[in-house]
Design a binder for this molecule. Structure first.
Ligand code: SAM
Ligand code: SF4
Ligand code: SF4
Length: 371
């Protein structure tokens, strides 16, 4: 087996300056990038910290006690996030996902939810406002999040076997607490709940059927995610990726499935329904089936950098504009300009690119820009 190299990286690579173009770009909701893709989905990372150390995301060897996390002053405030979000919405964003790191670690995150929940899309519709969490603090926070206006949550859960789960989160966190968090979210009305399971061959593939049986008929939508080569620290190898097609085959052999129509353009998950009406599952084939063609997602890092792709190595610094006294129109114009120049389609090109070994331009970490 090839030796695994885990480079030490600092994710704070100098961002590109976000300039205001000479010709203003009005926010009309009709923005599109160089490949004709609109801007619809904004993922906002509210912290770069996490209480888990999932090896595929924040391996302990790198994210240790000496890791240089962002100082508080570098973080966008809730007011700054809301102000930027307004400009993204003016360009056509309809869906907001709060993420991290672990978003529930951000102090009073429900205060941010409250500010975002009152915003409307350019068509005057309510935003689709969701949050992705590891579930560890959900039992404590679900009610307050719902009261603040959060609509749904996605909970990451990589297995039901306590030993497997503790090993995967690498901080010995018990699975029962996450399951309690999921129950609290359901009771609070934060549904339909999505459960995300990253499948890593050799680590948790034997949990696939158990997870499918457990969540079938609950109304929760279990989604299997291919282990991705995000960042530069997780020591990713293709032989640890279990293709979604294999996951579907495995479940179908015991619990027959039929493919369902996609729920929305740009939707990352392929949907499958249980033939006997036990609900649906999803598979996210980020590695084996590129879905860049209609990727309408932008990502805002914890310190206000706009990333155009999960696999980008540089962001565009919006915080400097924001803190430098730019007007809303200038900020919208800058966002428009950046999106119009977007040509990212990493997953489609993956096969023809050299892996990131941490020696060249480093890719941003998932814990920094969120999933
Ligand atoms: N801490 C929260 C959580 O775990 O849900 C939110 C942030 S986490 C970065 C967002 C999602 O990214 C999670 O569902 C996680 O499983 C997924 N993720 C992280 N690293 C990944 C990787 N290398 N491949 C696939 N999914 C990954
Ligand atoms: Fe933390 Fe989520 Fe990354 Fe796991 S996947 S280390 S819970 S940010
Ligand atoms: Fe979108 Fe980049 Fe993922 Fe392609 S690789 S789907 S462009 S985030």
């Amino acid at each position: 087996m090839a030796e695994r190299v885990i480079p030490i990286v600092d994710q704070r690579i100098a961002a590109l300056a976000a300039g205001v173009p000479a010709q203003p770009i009005a926010a009309t909701g009709l923005l599109s990038d160089t490949l004709g893709r609109p801007l619809r989905d904004l993922r906002i990372s509210v912290t770069d910290r996490c209480n888990f150390r999932c090896s595929y995301c924040m391996p302990k060897e790198v994210f240790d006690k000496d890791y240089p996390y962002l100082p508080h002053s570098a973080l966008l405030t809730f007011e700054e996030i809301t102000r930027l979000t307004r400009q993204f919405i003016a360009h056509g964003v309809r869906k907001i996902r709060l993420t991290g790191g672990e978003p529930l670690l951000r102090k009073n995150v429900e205060g941010l939810v409250e500010q975002l929940a009152v915003l409307k899309t350019i068509d005057g519709e309510p935003l689709d406002l969701t949050l992705t969490t590891n579930g560890s603090l959900l039992a404590r926070k679900a009610k307050a999040l719902k009261a603040a206006g959060l609509q749904r949550v996605t909970v990451s859960l990589d297995g039901l076997d306590d030993e497997v789960f503790r090993r995967m989160n690498d901080v010995d966190f018990p699975v029962a607490d996450v399951l309690r968090g999921i129950d609290s979210a359901r009771e609070a009305g934060l549904g339909p709940i999505k459960i995300n399971m990253v499948v890593k061959r050799g680590t948790n593939e034997h949990e696939i059927l158990r997870m499918a049986r457990h969540f079938r008929g609950t109304g929760h939508v279990l989604r299997f995610i291919e282990y991705m080569d995000v960042g530069a620290t997780n020591g990713w190898r293709m032989d640890e990726v279990m293709p979604s097609a294999e996951v579907v085959r495995m479940i179908h052999a015991e619990l027959p499935l039929v493919q369902l129509e996609p729920s929305a353009p740009g939707e990352t998950a392929e949907r499958w329904g249980y033939v006997d009406g036990g609900g649906e599952i999803g598979v996210i084939s980020s590695v084996t089936q590129a879905f860049c063609g209609d990727c309408n997602r932008a990502r805002l890092s914890t310190e206000g950098q706009l990333y155009l792709c999960l696999f980008a190595s540089q962001g565009h610094d919006l915080r400097t504009l924001l803190r430098g006294g730019a007007s809303d129109e200038d900020i919208a114009s800058a966002i428009g300009h950046i999106w119009q120049g977007r040509s990212d389609r990493y997953s489609q090109l993956r096969g023809s690119m050299a892996p990131d070994t941490g020696t060249g331009k480093r890719r941003v970490e998932m814990s920094y820009i969120g999933g």
